[in-house]
Structures are given as structure tokens and as C-alpha cells.
Design a protein around this ligand. Sequence first.
Ligand SMILES: Cc1cc2nc3c(=O)[nH]c(=O)nc-3n(C[C@H](O)[C@H](O)[C@H](O)COP(=O)(O)OP(=O)(O)OC[C@H]3O[C@@H](n4cnc5c(N)ncnc54)[C@H](O)[C@@H]3O)c2cc1C
Length: 397
Amino acid sequence: MHVLVVGGGVGGPVLAMALRDRGWDVTVVERTPADGRGSGSWFTVTPNGLSALAAVGALDPVRALGSPTAGNLVLGATGRRLGTIGAGAPLTDGTPALSFRRPELAATLLDLAVRRGVEVVERARVTTASSGPDAATISLDDGTSLSADVVVGADGIQSVVRRAIDPQAPSGRYLGLVNFGGVTVDHADHGLTPGVWTFVFGRRAFFGALPIADGRVVWFANEPRPAVSDHERATTSSDEWRAHLVDLAAADDSPFADLIAVGRLDLAADNTHDLPSVPRWHRGRLGLIGDAIHAPSPSSGQGASMALEDAVIMGDLLDRHADDPASAFSAFDTARRRRVEKIVAMGARSSSAKTPGSMQRVVTEAVMRVVFRFVVTERSQAWVTGYRVEEHLVPTP
Ligand SMILES: Cc1cc2nc3c(=O)[nH]c(=O)nc-3n(C[C@H](O)[C@H](O)[C@H](O)COP(=O)(O)OP(=O)(O)OC[C@H]3O[C@@H](n4cnc5c(N)ncnc54)[C@H](O)[C@@H]3O)c2cc1C
């Protein structure tokens, strides 16, 4: 059997490995060149996502890239502690959540897949996909096409394969937050706890920072505002955005203004979208995984982990229903939809707590303290981070 995986981001290479390890011929088609994936911010993969990496033997090879992350401390604009959010119980071998630089993790996973015999076609943008009785076909932007038994779109929130499956499929929804991310080196005096994300519900924006193992501090800012236009992005320099963030942070009693002032901006003015529910996940020999079908707000901290879970489950089901991909895709929908849509809804709620109406008027710091004490607890989040992918693979009869 031959599968074409569209997208070599987070989920694509893991699906590629899952099927290659089962003897499939696998081709990953990725629009960016290997040296063009350098930009991007950091994210945390919680133990549920790590269990998916372990299931394809990819956890050990990427472990050294990840910075152990114990959890999240939430503060108010005055520095008052509002609560904590755990990052989930570690894996049985003790591995806690790990924070990665997204492009570094994606590139390493793709390299691993290549070493196992996966073919990668880079600098190739898929323009459309179709399903026939015996094969599925993708068209590339150079005018050529490729065919295989199955095509799986792991092509992110703006998925072309999703549109080929259903031209009426929804697109991403703007969440009212613009995202920035960066790194600060040589600033030992920040007062933050190493290995813990510190989040601040600031007066004008939401901030997060993580001192990682090598002493650098990774940070992000979410500014509630209308989406940044292409014109504004093209006419605003990195230094101007950074100065703007310093100004936003100066309103709070926190280390963020200082941290950002001496830091480097890696991700500038990224409009934040989510994709709550996609009615059709498959058609004929075409299927989808990851952000292409269920992109959560970055506030959920679960997008990468869900894409990784999807990849392992999809690999298992496709191999079990190798003669009938439509049955595999249907079983995947049944297995995954409830969980992933619930997580996207949870992410949207977290996001809305960062918008000004919520921040300044409705959700007072006192209410947040109650929420973090009684509602968002390690126990209440266990269904998210306590999921272990190997427990959800169909047992071999
Ligand atoms: C700022 C930010 C912070 C985040 N924080 C977290 C976090 O803390 N924890 C977490 O779990 N998740 C987080 N996420 C979400 C996470 O990055 C995504 O959910 C995850 O990357 C989805 O994986 P994916 O494989 O589905 O898609 P992606 O990783 O987006 O990969 C899609 C790939 O497809 C390629 N592609 C797209 N279209 C085409 C085409 N037409 N032809 C060929 N190739 C194509 C792209 O170049 C890309 O390489 C965050 C996201 C953002 C933006």
C-alpha cells in the first residue's frame, strides 16, 4: 500500500512513521524547503502527545530537544498569584511535559521518517486532491501530480485537502488575539521559576514565559485587538512590534517589559484562529488529521498533542482497513471526534478569558482564583493530559 501524506509539520511525519513501520510505502509532500522552516515559536507537548511520539519510537530521538515543563503558574497584573495548572502526570518512565521549538521538532521528526525509508518531496505545494475508485491523486503547483492508494491531509489549519473533501468546509475563526513570541538570553534576574510557564493576565495583554534548561527564557504575548492586516504587518518592523509589546507590558507589575526589551522576537503579529468543527473528515480515499480538522486556540496548549495522537490512531486504523480506506476514515472519525472537539471548545473558553471584556470587567482576579482552585484542576484536566494513545489502539484479535 502507498500513502501520500500532505504536510511535514507535526502530525504528518508521525503518521508517515506509523505506516512505514507497518510496511507501507510513504511519501510526504511539504511545501517549504528544509532550510525555510526556521521561524516559529515554542509549544509544550503534554504527556498525552508524548505517548504518541513514544508509540512510533520517536520520543527518545527528540527528547534532548525538549525542555522539561512542570506546569503553569498564573498571576494577575499586580503579581498576585491566581493559581496553578499542572502539565499532566508524567509518562510511566517519568518523562514530564516537554517544550519544543516547533520548527525544530517538525524538522527532526521528518528527518527520522526519512531515515526509516519515508520519501519526502519538498518545495511542493499541493493545490488540490481527488479520489477515484482505485487511487487518490494530488496536484502540485509545478503542474505535476502524484497518485497513491490513500491521501491523508496533515496540512494544517488552511488545509487544501479539507477543501478537496468538502468545498463547503469551514475555515479558521479569528479569536480576537494577536500572538507574538520570542526568546531572551542573558537575563538571569527575571525572578521566574525554571521549567514552569508563568502566565500573567495583564491589564492590556496576556503574557507567558518559560525559563528553559539552557538558561534562555522563552516568552509570548497575546494582545486582544482586531486582526493585523497584511499591510500593517508589511510596514511594521520587528523592533517596532517589540517596543509595542514593552509598552503593553509596562502597565503590569511583572518582569515582561524588561524581558521583552532585551529579547529577540521570533513570531510577530500572528492572528490567532481556531477551527471548532469540520463536518466532513473524509471522502473516498481522502482523509485528514491534526489542525486540518480541529485546530484549537493556542491557549489550549493541545494542538500539537492532538495532531500526534491523531497520527498514531490514523496509522493503526489505515493499516487495519488497508483494503478499505473509507472504513478506516470512518472508524477514525468515531474514535476521535468527541475528544478533539471538546478540547477545541475548552481552548476557545481559555482564549476568551484573555480578551479585554473578560479581562477587565467580567472575570475579576477573585473569580479566577476560585476557577483555578476548584474548576481548572489537575484532576479536572486528567481526561486531556492523562490520555495514553496505546490504550486506544484497536487490540489485535
Ligand atoms: C503560537 C502558537 C502556539 C501554540 N502552542 C501550542 C502548545 O503549547 N501546545 C500544543 O500542543 N500546540 C500548540 N500550538 C498548535 C500547534 O502548533 C498545532 O496544533 C500543530 O502544529 C498542528 O500540527 P499539524 O501537523 O496538524 O499541522 P502543522 O504543524 O501546521 O503542519 C502543517 C504542514 O503542512 C504544510 N502544508 C500546508 N499546506 C500545504 C500544501 N498545500 N502543500 C504542501 N504542504 C502544505 C505546512 O507547511 C506545514 O509544514 C500552537 C500554535 C501556535 C500558532
